[in-house]
Ligand binder design. Sequence first.
Ligand code: ATP
Length: 561
Amino acid sequence: MLYKELAELYRRLEKTTLKTLKTRFVADFLKKVEDEELLEIVPYLILGKVFPDWDERELGVGEKLLIKAVAMATGINAEWIENSVKDTGDLGESVALALQKRKQKSFFGQPLTIKRVYKTLVKVAETTGEGSQDRKLKYLANLFMDAEPIEGKYLARTILGTMRTGVAEGLLRDAIAEAFRVKPELVERAYMLTSDFGFVTKIARLEGNEGLSKVTIQIGKPIKPMLAQMAASVREALIEMGGEAEFEIKYDGARVQVHKDGDKVIIYSRRLENVTKSIPEVVERIRKSIKPEKAIVEGELVAVGEGGRPRPFQYVLRRFRRKYNIQEMIEKIPLELNLFDVLYVDGESLIDTPFIERRKKLESIVEANQWIKVAENLITKSPEEAEEFYHKALDMGHEGLMAKRLDAVYEPGNRGKKWLKIKPTMENLDLVIIGAEWGEGRRAHVLSSFLLGAYDPGTGTFVPVGKVGSGFTDEDLIEFTKMLKPLIKKEKGKFVEIEPKVVIEVTYQEIQKSPKYESGFALRFPRYVALRDDKSPEDADTLERIAQLYELQERMKAGKR
Ligand SMILES: Nc1ncnc2c1ncn2[C@@H]1O[C@H](COP(=O)(O)OP(=O)(O)OP(=O)(O)O)[C@@H](O)[C@H]1O
């Protein structure tokens, strides 16, 4: 299949904002894909990606290298392309211009096929080590040599991860359902269980509803994590759970999903990225402590400080980010793993097993020690006992408690009421930076105030809910400016519009109802807490969640009165 057909799809997607139309375009395209291998590749390309997020492979190509490759392919100098980006505001557009401007196409050129593009990008990702930049450059230049302007535009955007065609996961799910006349809920279910749109598309096409309904979890494919809502108090949680619940310490760290298959261990982060290489000591401990040959378990990784007390979760994220001198970090930031769930053991999925049974299973398969533990818990009907446990958890320096329904099955990707969290403060929000303003005076060269958006899963867009300017150090602002500059879409005076990619956590004094933003909500005194690079923009808090938190806040206020 020709890459040009895919480029044409991107062009059509970009031209309309109508979700139904976009869904139809994607569905029509999927219907045309016959080849089985392509069926697994194309969904990712449509999302503007090459690999699923949980795949360890990365292209490792920045703007500079890409421009060099285009310069090499067209004979147009790199400076011209760089300058053109200042006018177009989009490297993809400038690549198309460069391809148009080139004198003549190679005589031996072959039209690009989707397979060739994909295979080349895989080679680019797998080229590492000494001299790899040069080899990547050659592979890419070869592709651009044979690319038409419209192909070059979208190829560049795919390589840089800035597709901007407005196709989010929800839209792709609906398009798969429409294309192969299968039930959207079954597509969703299969995706939540495997996080693999390639696999799901193939099953939908080849085996229809029946095949989709048989999809189950697999070692090596991460499962979307089950999430919690917030409760106003321990008592409220107990009532919601039907009078009896299991309470667990809510550890303040980073969630991990561990897949063990014999000696092979893969660890995925909260956003299901493969973080195995950054924490080898944890891998080693899992091999020893998790008894079954094959298992999938979940837990919270906590950085431990003096006297075994937990350190803020940012320390764990520092461990995830580190690629070199890992040994040094193992000593500097020791990690303890507190396991709280088991989803699979030796060929058997436990997803539909009630929580209380899973918990028993977990206790039986873990050989606990100083570094790997099963989350401390209390099963009770008594609000007083639960309160006492809550205060004990807080005194120990933990975040609060989780309450879990004893009979709850595991609901991948769902934020329902079967799990509730109880914390002493209002929930911080994780929001996406969608705009910014250049500072004044001493801060004129840095972005210093940021417009925050909540996610709207229905449309795949981000709706403004507030502006944050406090809580940043000078170094933070320099870092953010560096990070956000390549994501600038438009500049208007001091204000810049930003591609929604970066998630940050903020505190605030209150959520207010306000006509200021179309969302209907505004944050009062938001303050920056941390960069959440463990979350993707689609994991950010939604408008619906903000509305729920608003209700909760009002209930908490009423309780205090
Ligand atoms: N015992 C526990 N059981 C389940 N989750 C726990 C536990 N201890 C800590 N956690 C953490 O709490 C989170 C549950 O809260 P929630 O579902 O809101 O997730 P989240 O969106 O990642 O929020 P948060 O910012 O609170 O981590 C889990 O994702 C996990 O990281």
